[in-house]
Design a binder for this molecule. Structure first.
Ligand code: OMP
Length: 234
């Protein structure tokens, strides 16, 4: 299994596809299309990526009232993507609505995996306490949101890799921990707070790592991807 999901955080489809086309056609890529690319390019970018054999994580982080999330998830389910995201903080009814929407929209298609964002990897404990006024530790908050997610039909969570062992232990090994906040040793953390290397994420038991700028902003992007792979396999 390929555990590396490349975040295609490009401003245009042209840039994203030029990036993909640098990889050998034999390389099966798993890519993430986020708001930046999707808002610009709409569904046609998904078609172009599928033509190139990519698996797709469509990361639109739904967070709204249950009815709106249900109707939106129904549509997402028809796009032929492998994973979608919601914010767990939307609560039990919203998570359940996302799940039900995906099931109801899929028809005979494969239902995308539903991942719930716990606490963003750009959030520190200080921000959690002083800005969001959450009185739990980061670990407690992440675990509590992960429990809410699993109880309401999510297949996994987005969290930081150091939180994966606690989630797998308390919820189960099959519950997916997809972890952004990945940097190669020595790289700037930029806006990320809870950061580890691909190697550490593997040791923590991440099921997938999400890697953006370490690859997409590198001068040699293919070499950067290989460095991430090598670190994971170390
Ligand atoms: O849902 C996500 O993918 C996500 C959740 C999170 O907590 N932190 C996070 O960084 N992400 C995404 O993961 C990617 C990380 O990008 P880099 O920091 O450039 O590697 C971005 O596309 C973010 O939108």
């Amino acid at each position: 299994m390929n555990p590396i999901i490349i975040a295609l955080d490009f401003q245009t489809g042209q840039e994203a596809l030029a990036f993909i086309d640098q990889f050998p056609t034999s390389q099966s890529l798993f890519v993430k299309v986020g708001m930046e690319l999707f808002y610009r390019e709409d569904n046609q970018i998904l078609t172009q990526l599928k033509v190139r054999g990519c698996k797709i994580f469509l990361d639109l982080k739904l967070h709204d009232i249950p009815n709106t999330v249900f109707q939106s998830a129904k549509i997402l389910s028809q796009l032929g993507v492998d994973m979608v995201t919601i914010h767990a903080a939307g609560g039990s009814k919203m998570i359940q609505a996302a799940h039900d929407g995906l099931v109801s929209g899929a028809g005979t298609k494969k239902i995308p995996k539903l991942l719930a964002v716990t606490q963003l990897t750009s959030t520190s404990e200080k921000v959690l306490h002083e800005e969001l006024h959450i009185g739990l530790t980061l670990q407690e908050s992440v675990l509590s949101l992960a429990r809410l997610a699993v109880s309401n039909g999510a297949d996994g969570v987005i969290c930081a890799a150091p939180e994966a062992p606690m989630i797998h232990k308390n919820i189960g090994k099959d519950f997916l921990c997809v972890t952004p906040g990945i940097r190669l040793p020595g790289q700037s953390h930029q806006d990320q707070q809870r950061v580890v290397s691909p190697k550490k994420a593997h040791i923590f038991g991440s099921d997938y790592i999400v890697v953006g700028r370490s690859i997409t902003q590198a001068s040699n992007k293919l070499a950067a991807f290989k460095r991430v792979q090598a670190s994971w396999n170390e």
